[in-house]
Every structure is written in structure tokens, then in C-alpha cells.
Design a protein around this ligand. Sequence first.
Ligand code: SF4
Ligand code: SF4
Length: 242
Amino acid sequence: MAKNPAATPSTAPKYTDPGCAYCPPSVQACRQGEGPERGPGFCPSKMATEEIEDAWAIYQDPEVKRIAQESARVESEGYCQWTRVEEVVQFSKKMGYTKIGIATCISFVEQANTLSQILESHGFEVASAACKHGGIAKEELGLKDDEKIRPGGHESMCNPVSQAELLNSRGCEFNVVLGLCIGHDSLFFKHSDGLCSTLVAKDRVLAHNPIGALNLADSYYSKVWGPERPEKKPKLPKEGRK
Ligand code: SF4
Ligand code: SF4
């Protein structure tokens, strides 16, 4: 087994969970491969060396390694030049995929049409499935009338498992998600045989730009916080505050 170059023996860890979300911008030592020396106590490069070794073993699988290599090549070749649509095309080409699936929300069919044509223009075969296909009433899933968006009429359930099965059965090697709802996208990822990537993450309030809620969490979107919002931002993950 090839050795993970990032993993070196650590001192006794205080933390059991990795806490990268609390790593100060002035540290983030993993960028330079210096996590074991300069990383904080909650740095996985320090406190999770065994898991890193285990994960490294998985990269020895030829397909996993290839995906990781081609992803890194797309990242560097198109850095700040390629849109994500172009990255989908270039990654698919590098991977040698011939058939691409599009799993779209019914509200994104127009964009799915554009994407399908763009992919076809690059020589790919494309199959696309909208979330409402099958038209099964939400009641069949056990939802009550008053749990629908507009009670009183027919509302088709979102059917991401069937989207995945359809694209699987048509031999799609890479599936692109366009605007599936939270949870629905999760089911799609869980059931897709092909590798998946998200082109559009659904956020009805923020024009499908969910990071806006994080960037503005301390101002316009402060409603996102729960009742235990600390008055002063903690510098350490919870384990380190005890
Ligand atoms: S805690 Fe370690 S791995 Fe995480 S961001 Fe900081 S240096 Fe990188
Ligand atoms: S359930 Fe979600 S993914 Fe499906 S149509 Fe509605 S918004 Fe789109």
C-alpha cells in the first residue's frame, strides 16, 4: 500500500472530532502540507492520522485515483477561466465518458435543455429526467393534503429514486444535478450508479446561490441562526471549549 505523505505520527490528541471549520485563516497549514506541525489541536492531519491512512488506501483503486487526478487537472487547467458548465464538459472528456445524465428539477427544464444541447455539441449522448416524471400524487407517499405546497389539487411527488434508476438503466456514466431540492438530491446521489455532480444547488430565496446565507449570516440573513447562537464567536470547536 502506498503511504499517505500527509500522515505522520501525532501527539496524543485532545479532540475526537476534526474541527477544520474553526481553523484560522492565518493557519490553514494543510495548504502547505504543514498540518502535522502547524495545525491546531483539532486538525485532522494531527488527530486522525489513521483515518487519513485508511482513506489514502482507497485512492489506490484505479478508478478513484483517476477521478481524483482528472478533477485536479480540471481544477488547474481551467482555474478561474472555466465556468462550472465548462468544467462538467472537460471533466467528462478527460474521464472518457460518452453518456451523461441530467437529473433536473421540473422548474429547471429550460436550463436542462440548454445543458443537454451544450453537452451534445461536445459529442456526448445525453439522457435527462425531471423530478416529477411518473406524476405520482404526493398522497401516495403518505403526505396529507395540507402538507402540499398548494392543498386541494394534484401535486406530483418528487421522484429522485426513479430519476436515478432511469439514468442508471440508460448507462449514464456521469450525472449532473440541476436544482433538485434538499433531501431529493440526497436520494438521487444515494441511488445513482454513475458519479454525480451538482451544477445548480436549489435555493429558492437566494437565486440558487445558497452561500449568500452564510456570507450574510451576521447581517441580512441573521434569521438562519438557532436559539443557541453565541454572543461572541467561539474560537474553538465545542470539544475545546469544555
Ligand atoms: S485544521 Fe488542519 S486540516 Fe483543517 S484547515 Fe486547519 S490546517 Fe487544514
Ligand atoms: S420537488 Fe423539488 S426538485 Fe422536484 S419539482 Fe419540486 S422543487 Fe423541483
